[in-house]
Design a protein around this ligand. Structure first.
Ligand code: MV4
Length: 460
């Protein structure tokens, strides 16, 4: 039985978790930094404990302070949300040792999937297609070059401890490979304290399509379809949607069966996401697994009608999944736009400060997940995402039209946001017609020079 949960996070996801707990009749304890005293998650939780100064490294990332707060508040479980400690295997293990339920997968699954080379090996063993590449980490540059020639250029060099686009280098020929391999190792050591890298064939202009899975402690695994997250800029997702405009029912079925085998192969429990690359021919490959609830989970919730956060809590409490694969239906189309406090005309620089006026859109088929209110001061210390706007309708076209309408209804004053930029993408005929590949935003900015960030040219 889970009667009380500590939420080890802030912002909209902390609110999202508190809301699920309230509906389940579970008590909530918030933790907060000195910069988040005025935050809604502190107001809405049943209790709240300050865990340190503003900086994440002194508060939301301090495992020991969060565990102390959990002891003091006498909670049964901790929900980590996304980011911060959500994919920290050592933290999950500490929770397990203290007898506090970590609402997420077993630490073993986090560790296995956190090592991107081991994750590849698990996917391969589960007979999910992986991108042609090296078996595990390669340290020697000459050996790596031989492998790269066998794989065929271009290749991509990835940090074994990386993920989410961090620590990747592209090489088009043997000469650049030697240089990029060295750079990749140095950067990986600096960023992750682990110089290990592996090499994959570079898939050009792929779509980024990820599958949501749920697994209970009784061996049942289901997938809830996919999210197409190809609209990204510098590995920051901007727009996500489900179902993918690119997948056929047959491809969805085959990919779904693949990802369920991967989840079973790593003894996965709780909610997880398997990221895939899909090329223009419809060939798909395992990329990595995210062992957490993701920012874009509401898209899947609105498409399937399944409350993912409640399912996470039920699974953590040892309950059986209340439905099987045949019960999961794609009921409608959903799109999410990430609203960020940033200035597109200043190369998307963060724009923290006081929100002097806040009016969020509503009406049929609109959902807003946000912790912002009029008078709220957005602190400069954390991620710039301040709201998720989700629209849903019977068809993709209707959901896009609704998104255009809802973005137009948003009133945020006092700070800059990316709302107009998102609206210009949603209105783009190319996006409406074909959806996007991962090159979409780059091409879009070239096609729409007035949206081109002015300082981008002097970079890179
Ligand atoms: C790739 C790739 C092409 N080929 N791997 C970026 C995020 C990280 N999870 C892996 N990423 C990529 N891996 C191979 N073998 C292209 C990307 C990639 C990308 C992937 C998804 C969404 C946007 C992207 C933007 C640039 C590169």
């Amino acid at each position: 039985m889970i009667g009380k949960i500590l939420i080890a996070n802030r912002g909209e996801i902390a609110l999202r978790i508190i809301r699920a707990c309230k509906e389940l009749g579970i008590q909530t304890v918030a933790v907060y930094s000195e910069a988040d005293v005025q935050s809604l998650h502190v107001q809405l939780a049943d209790g709240a404990i300050c865990i340190g100064p503003a900086s994440s490294s002194e508060s939301y990332l301090k495992a020991n302070r969060i565990l102390s707060a959990a002891e003091i508040a006498d909670v049964d479980a901790i929900h980590p949300g996304y980011g911060f400690l959500a994919e920290d295997a050592a933290f999950a293990e500490q929770c397990e040792r203290c007898g506090i339920t970590f609402i997420g997968p077993p630490s073993r699954a986090i560790r296995d999937m956190g090592d991107k080379a081991r994750a590849r090996a698990i996917a391969e063993k589960a007979k999910m297609p992986i991108v042609p590449g090296t078996d595990g980490v390669i340290d020697d540059v000459n050996e790596a070059l031989e492998r790269a020639k066998e794989i065929g250029f271009p290749v991509i060099i990835k940090a074994v401890a990386g993920g989410g686009g961090r620590g990747m280098r592209l090489a088009h020929n043997p000469v650049s490979f030697t240089k990029e391999f060295g750079t990749a190792r140095v950067e990986a050591e600096k960023a992750f304290g682990n110089a290990g890298v592996y090499v994959e064939k570079y898939i050009e202009e792929p779509r980024h399509i990820e599958f949501q899975i749920l697994a209970d402690t009784h061996g049942h695994v289901v997938h809830l379809g996919e999210r197409d997250c190809s609209v990204q800029r510098r590995h920051q997702k901007l727009i996500e949607e489900s179902p993918s405009p690119f997948l056929t029912p047959d491809l969805r079925k085959r990919m779904g069966e693949s990802v369920i085998r991967v989840a079973k192969a790593c003894d996965y429990v709780n909610a997880g996401t398997i990221e895939c690359l899909v090329d223009k021919h419809g060939k798909y490959y395992f990329l990595e697994m995210n062992t957490r609830i993701q920012v874009e989970h509401p898209v899947t919730e609105e498409v399937t009608g399944i409350d993912l956060v409640k399912e996470q809590i039920r699974i953590a409490a040892g309950e059986r999944l209340g439905f099987s694969q045949k019960d999961v239906k794609i009921l409608r189309h959903a799109i999410e736009c990430r609203i960020c406090a940033e200035d597109p005309s200043r190369n998307f620089a963060p724009s923290p400060g006081e929100v002097t006026l806040y009016y969020s859109p509503g009406g049929h088929g609109v959902r807003v997940d946000s912790h912002v209110y009029g008078g709220y001061i957005i602190p400069p210390y954390y991620d710039s995402m301040i709201a998720k706007l989700i629209t849903f309708a019977r068809t993709r076209k209707l959901a896009l039209e609704r998104m255009d309408r809802a973005l137009g209804e948003y009133l945020i004053r006092g700070i800059s946001t990316n709302i107009t930029f998102l609206q210009s993408i949603v209105r783009d005929p190319v996006f409406a017609e074909n959806g996007a590949t991962t090159r979409f935003v780059e091409d879009f900015l070239k096609r729409n020079p007035k949206d081109q960030p002015t300082v981008e040219k002097v970079e890179a």
